[in-house]
Structure formats: structure tokens, C-alpha cells
Write a protein that binds this ligand. Structure first.
Ligand SMILES: C[S@@+](CC[C@H](N)C(=O)[O-])C[C@H]1O[C@@H](n2cnc3c(N)ncnc32)[C@H](O)[C@@H]1O
Length: 312
């Protein structure tokens, strides 16, 4: 990796807890193993995080339609107990770096091995986090399809919360954000547009950041498996700082290029921002027979749930 500016670091060039609220600057990308790189971040620096870790899919056989996910420097195949313990350690280290009252959104999926189901809650309950919500990501398409089960088109996103003292719930979402439902519908990123094997569609980290951070206060957004940099680009375009970690030099170069050309992705951010909008008060909408939050069809054009995502 070329250190081309003050954004890119190898984790062994940084001291423990060297990245603080004051030293993070506009953002930092760290090349290294996630668990080790996280030790370079000080306590209580991160306001919100979002990530999709490697899933330990151990895929040996190609599916019917879709290619297996293959990372460039990493074989996604640990013994399952070791994988789960690593994820607990990573999540607890993220907890340390997150401010009390901060949140982390953890994208994962239900997996099976020889008929045994592995559910993300199996290890999430072993972490320090309060699990605030399970969101279903309806991707409308299945990966690596086989016929052992109905096509699994969904993944999960866990909203994890770091309480302030003994207050486990935290503050309410703004009504414009809370009107989005616990089912997020949108296809994965188009592989022809992003050569990373498993990138986020940018609306996903954008939705998290818009919903959790105050628009007029600059926060710090963490993605400890940043890949091609989608979370960092969303954070930058929304006016926040970012910290990204990945072990792949090549993916971090992609992230740097995207950050330099971030404006090209602004229209996707604007599209997501357009969904965080409530017209009129609850009472107003109820009187006029408009959408008030119940999941139902409506002829109110301005309140159809996630219209643009349905079109993707
Ligand atoms: C699902 S991808 C994340 C993609 C990202 N959300 C994006 O939009 O491009 C997981 C990433 O984790 C990285 N990775 C896997 N194991 C790692 C580890 N132990 N430490 C650091 N990075 C790791 C891989 O290189 C890969 O880029």
C-alpha cells in the first residue's frame, strides 16, 4: 500500500489508541486485521458504525446461478466456533471505541452447515451490546442458490446499542426516520459497477448514518470491514468523519479512489435522503387518510414505502 496521504495507514505504524476524536481528521483508513487495527482507536471515539463482516461461508460448491464470494487475500473458512469467538471479540472492541449512546449496525445472515443452523443471535447475545432491533434486508435475489431450502433472499441487520448508564433503550428516532419499516428492501450492489466481491449498496450505510446522526453535528462513522469504502463514501457525502479497516491493500485503494470521486455518488445519497421525509403531522395525515405508518398499500404517492428501492 502506498501511503499517499494522511488517510491511509498500516496498523503496525500506529500506536495503541492513537486515533482519537482530535486526530481522526476527515477520516482514516487502516490496513490490517480488524481486531488488531481496532486497538489503535481510542475509547469513545465512534458515534455510529455499520459493517458487513466476512460470513465464514466455507463455500466449497458453486450454486446454480450465482458465483461464490471470493476475497483477494482471505479464505472465508474458519472453524465455526473460532469464527464466532472472533466476531464477539471484534464487536466488544467496537463497543469500547463507541461513545455511550452510540450504535452499531451489523449485517449478517442465517447460515447452515450440514443441517445445523447458525443464527447471528448465537454470538450477538455473548457481546456487551444491547440488541435494539433485528432488521430484515430483503435483497430480492438469492446468492449461491441450491435447492436444499426455499431461496434465501434476505439478510439481517442488527441494530446494536451502547447504553448510557443503565438506560438500555436510548432516545427515539426522529419521526422522519422511524417511518421506515424494519424491512429494508433493495437489491445488492451491481457487480458490474463495483468489482469488490460483496459491496454494500450505498443507500444502506447512508440510511444508518442519516437515521442515527444529527444532520448538523459532525460525527465519526466506523466500518471495521470497509472493503471498497462504501460506508466511508456515505459518511463523507453526509458531512461526517470515517474510520475504515480492511486487510486488503487492493480494496483500500478502491476505497481511496471512491473517496476522491465521492461527488459522483451524491445522487444515490440524495435519493436515500428523500425517503427520510414526513409530510404533515400524524394527525394531519390520519385526517386526510394518508399513510400513518401501517404497512399497507396506499394511493398517496408521497408516502409509498421506499418507492425508489422497489424500482431497482
Ligand atoms: C463483506 S466485505 C465488506 C464490503 C464493504 N461493505 C463494501 O461496501 O465494499 C468484507 C471485507 O472484510 C475484509 N476482511 C475479511 N477478514 C478481515 C480481517 N480479519 N481483517 C480485516 N479485514 C477483513 C475483506 O477483505 C472484505 O473486503
Amino acid at each position: 500500500m502506498n501511503i499517499i496521504d494522511q488517510r491511509l495507514f498500516k496498523d503496525d505504524t500506529l500506536k495503541n489508541k492513537q486515533i482519537t476524536t482530535d486526530t481522526v481528521g476527515d477520516g482514516k483508513l487502516i490496513e490490517g486485521d480488524t481486531i488488531n487495527a481496532l486497538t489503535k482507536i481510542d475509547d469513545d471515539v465512534v458515534n455510529v458504525g455499520v459493517t458487513s463482516p466476512p460470513y465464514n461461508k466455507q463455500e466449497k460448491h458453486k450454486g446454480w446461478l450465482v458465483k461464490n464470494v471470493v476475497y483477494d487475500v482471505y479464505k472465508d473458512a474458519l472453524p465455526e466456533p473460532e469464527y464466532q469467538q472472533n466476531q464477539v471479540n471484534v464487536l466488544d472492541e467496537i463497543y469500547r471505541t463507541t461513545v455511550p449512546g452510540g450504535s452499531f449496525f451489523y449485517n449478517h445472515k442465517i447460515r447452515w452447515n450440514r443441517g445445523n443452523m447458525y443464527h447471528p443471535m448465537d454470538w450477538l447475545r455473548k457481546t456487551k451490546w444491547t440488541v435494539k432491533q433485528e432488521i430484515v434486508w430483503d435483497r430480492m435475489i438469492a446468492g449461491n442458490i441450491r435447492g436444499w431450502r426455499f431461496w434465501q433472499v434476505e439478510e439481517r441487520i442488527y441494530w446494536l446499542y451502547k447504553p448510557i448508564g443503565d438506560k438500555l433503550i436510548g432516545k427515539e428516532l426522529r419521526s422522519c426516520d422511524a417511518k421506515l419499516t424494519s424491512i429494508w428492501r433493495g437489491v445488492p450492489e451491481d457487480g458490474r459497477k463495483n468489482p469488490h466481491p460483496a459491496p454494500f449498496p450505498i443507500w444502506l450505510p447512508a440510511r444508518v448514518i442519516i437515521s442515527i446522526l444529527e444532520p448538523d453535528t459532525q460525527g465519526t462513522v466506523l466500518d471495521p470491514y470497509i472493503g471498497s469504502g462504501t460506508t466511508a463514501v456515505a459518511a463523507k457525502l453526509l458531512g461526517h468523519k470515517y474510520i475504515g479497516i480492511d486487510r486488503s491493500d487492493a480494496y483500500l485503494e478502491m476505497a481511496t479512489d471512491r473517496l476522491d470521486n465521492a461527488q459522483a455518488e451524491m445522487s444515490k445519497i440524495r435519493e436515500e435522503q428523500g425517503l427520510h421525509h414526513v409530510q404533515g403531522s400524524f394527525k394531519d395525515r390520519k385526517t386526510k387518510g394518508k399513510h400513518v405508518g401501517k404497512y399497507r398499500n396506499t394511493d398517496d404517492e408521497t408516502n409509498i414505502i421506499q418507492p425508489s428501492l422497489l424500482e431497482r
